[in-house]
Design a protein around this ligand. Structure first.
Ligand code: 3H9
Length: 683
């Protein structure tokens, strides 16, 4: 046994060498790992007794690809491309033994080997597009030569992982292995012969060479779905080069495009988002010594849209859940809505009928609180009114076992006040889901003043188990996401009153990269919800109120800020007239407002609010806020999130523009907060 260096082990087994990459947790191909593999190969090359090589990783990961953390650093040789060149031209056959994941540069390394064998749990993929990149170590040139051009485009542009069995069908993997590791790999390599290099295998390119439109046809639907159009188009161009140029030229073109994308602000933003998403899992006061409690059974209180969506999250994750309602009719309505949601998935082909039935069977209903006694976690999704919440929590306190996590799905209310009404505030916290709860990945986990660490750890573990990205936030009105959203909504209303129309406001945000602007979003969610809350609180939003008074609640009534023809929003002259009337009644002289001003007034106040949220400790890091906006509000990931964007613009500029806008409009809400001023001044 010999260590090539601290991350790579080289052992000899008869005439076969075994090189094992050991850079936990996922064998990212950092400098030490690359250097270690290079040294090991060198030792093998010099040893005449060795006639074949197995290159392997851990059970979890062959390799997750290039070390993303190194992208901002000066390059250090050997590069991944150097390593790939040595492997490809190695005069003894090199067999990649794939277990766990082989992603990005990890798969590219395997593609340079002379054969690939995979255990059934292996998954391969080229997820670079999710970081605003394209594969940069030959993936766009070699994959089409194995899997064909159309399939390679699908894999590269989706970034999805391909299970071993499918990778075998696609021709990416040469053999599926059932035997033990490493014996089965060594046995395979012992009989391996060095076939043609992947770069020399052009047969599968023939179809695309003969049909010049094939790439455009195959890429079109994939480009439509891409979230970062620049990266997606670069992927297509690199694959086109694989078809139209000799390997060396295509490969050089791929590298050129890769370096261009790697330096782009879009990719930097997505790399930030990647690390921010992993960072949110690190929570102050939650060390490895705090074990989450096991959750085998859940209860959701309330069978409304939110409660039903939350129940589906549990059923989707295989956790039995009981939904409690006060009336049989409401319970039945809730159950019917859940069943209809599953039916839609079956109709669309995303779920098969048997699985849908299995999930539905995991959801029970009850008309009293008795099932709470069996639950490990309870999520209350009742009406958004404090007296109702308190009543429900009194019942939960009466029925729940000690240690059951009691969570409220409140969007705004004070979690500490809810907790104080129970005899066990340590087990109470917020779990704020986003609508539709079974789809949106964000979960704000609200840590109350008294929330105990094990309860928090359990909520986070449950959140992850049901496929969410949980972010810990503190108690305040609206927590992080909705508190910032309120600043944007305020400005939407002001902009409409001062001279903009809904389509102007929305266009500023869709041009920025959002799928929808605030007016279209309001129409989708239903304008009446906010209207009722405002009325109860004695608040006004003159334009939105006037729309509701005219019965225009949004999509559900066929009209809101827009007129709806099916789901298509059409600007409505009646709305323009209504807004002009409201402006006049408010004594406001309307003026033309440019797109730049609209964008600044929608986004900068959110950044301002984010600065206060950070200063108050409601969110732990700027990246946490970014994750909240990316997963809860569809902030375009290639813009990195509001705090990342604010840092790119420069907080001092955000501060100055807000001050100027406040002075120009007389709107005090635009004045930069003390927190932003402090953040902009720097440490
Ligand atoms: C590339 O390969 C470019 C090439 O084409 C060209 C080069 C020339 N680098 O997610 P997890 C860390 S681009 C650095 O919690 P999971 C991660 O930060 C790359 N670090 O686990 C975390 O650290 P910590 C293409 C990485 O099981 C820890 O590993 N590859 C990398 O839920 C565990 O990660 C990708 O885009 C990396 N490449 O998911 C794959 N990968 O514990 C990106 C992970 O300190 N990675 N880390 O917070 C993933 O998609 C997921 O991490 C993975 C594991 C599926 C691998």
């Amino acid at each position: 046994m010999a260590a090539a260096n601290e991350t790579v082990e080289l052992t000899r087994h008869g005439d076969v060498a075994l090189i094992v990459m050991q850079n936990p947790p996922v064998n990212a191909l950092g400098f030490a790992l690359r250097e270690g593999v290079m040294r090991a190969l060198d030792a093998v090359a010099r040893d005449a007794a060795l006639r074949a090589v197995v290159l392997a990783g851990s059970a979890r990961a062959f390799s997750a690809g290039a070390d993303i953390g190194e992208f901002g650093l000066p390059p250090r040789a050997p590069s991944l491309r150097d390593l790939i060149a040595v492997i490809e031209d190695f005069d003894k056959p090199v067999v990649a033994a794939l277990r766990g994941i082989a992603l990005g540069g990890g798969l590219e390394l395997a593609l340079a080997c002379h054969a690939r064998i995979a255990w059934p749990d292996a998954r391969v993929g080229l997820p670079e597009i999710r970081l605003g990149l394209l594969p940069g170590a030959g993936g766009t040139q070699r994959l089409p030569r194995l899997a064909g051009v159309a399939r390679a485009l699908e894999i590269i542009l989706s970034g999805d992982m391909v299970p071993a069995a499918r990778a075998r069908q696609d021709g990416i993997v040469d053999a599926l292995i059932e035997g033990a590791f490493p014996e089965a790999a060594l046995a395979y390599a012992a009989t391996a012969v060095r076939g043609p290099r992947v770069r020399d295998r052009d047969a599968r390119l023939a179809e695309a060479k003969a049909d010049p439109d094939l790439i455009a046809r195959a890429a079109a639907p994939l480009l439509r779905r891409a979230r970062d159009g620049l990266a997606a188009r670069a992927c297509v161009e690199a694959v086109r080069a694989a078809v139209t140029r000799p390997f060396a030229e295509g490969d050089a073109e791929e590298l050129r495009l890769f370096l261009e994308r790697r330096a782009s602000p879009e990719s930097q933003a997505q790399r930030h988002a990647f690390f921010a998403e992993r960072e949110v899992a690190k929570v102050a006061g939650l060390g490895p010594e705090i074990a989450p409690r096991p959750v085998r059974r859940a209860v959701v209180v309330g069978a409304g849209t939110m409660g039903g969506g939350i129940a589906m999250c549990f059923a989707d994750a295989g956790i039995p859940v009981t939904v409690i309602e006060i009336g049989a009719e409401a319970l039945e309505r809730g159950r019917a809505r859940i069943a209809a949601n599953y039916e839609t998935s079956v109709r669309r082909g995303s779920l098969d009928a048997a699985e849908s039935a299995r999930r539905l069977a995991l959801i029970a209903g009850a008309l009293d609180f008795a099932p709470v006694a069996e639950a490990d976690i309870v999520i209350e999704a009742a009406f958004e009114e404090m007296p109702i919440k308190k009543q429900v929590f009194a019942e939960l306190d009466r029925h729940a076992r000690p240690g059951t996590v009691l969570a409220t799905n409140t969007s705004y209310l004070n979690v500490d006040e809810i907790a104080a009404g129970t005899s066990r505030p340590g087990d109470v916290l917020g779990m704020h889901f986003f609508s539709p709860a079974n789809v949106m990945k964000l979960l704000e986990v609200v840590r109350g003043a008294a929330t105990a660490a094990p309860a928090l750890a359990t909520a986070l573990a449950v959140g992850r188990a049901i496929g969410k990205v949980p972010v810990v936030v503190g108690v305040c009105h609206g927590f992080v996401g909705n508190r910032m959203l309120a600043r944007r909504s305020e400005q939407t209303e002001r902009l409409l009153l001062e001279g903009a129309l809904p389509q102007d406001v929305d266009r500023a945000l869709t041009d920025f990269g959002f799928r929808m602007g605030p007016c279209a979003m309001g129409d989708l969610a239903g304008l009446d919800v906010g209207w009722r809350i405002r009325k109860a609180m004695g608040l006004r939003a003159p334009v939105s109120d006037a729309l509701c008074e005219a019965g225009r609640f949004g999509q559900k009534t066929g009209s809101g800020y827009y007129l709806y023809q099916g789901r298509e929003a059409v600007p409505d002259p009646d709305v323009a007239a209504l807004i002009e009337r409201v402006s006049a009644a408010e004594g406001i002289t309307r003026r033309g407002i440019g797109q730049d001003e609209i964008l600044e007034r929608l986004i900068y106040p959110m950044i301002d609010e984010g600065a206060s949220i950070l200063e108050e400790g409601i969110a732990a890091r700027p990246g946490d806020i970014d994750v909240i906006w990316i997963y809860g509000y569809n902030w375009p990931v290639w813009r990195g999130g509001p705090m990342w964007y604010g840092a790119q613009v420069g907080l001092a500029r955000v501060r100055d523009r807000l001050a100027a806008l406040a002075a120009a409009t007389g709107d005090g809400q635009l004045r930069p907060s003390a927190a932003l001023q402090r953040a902009a001044a720097g440490p």
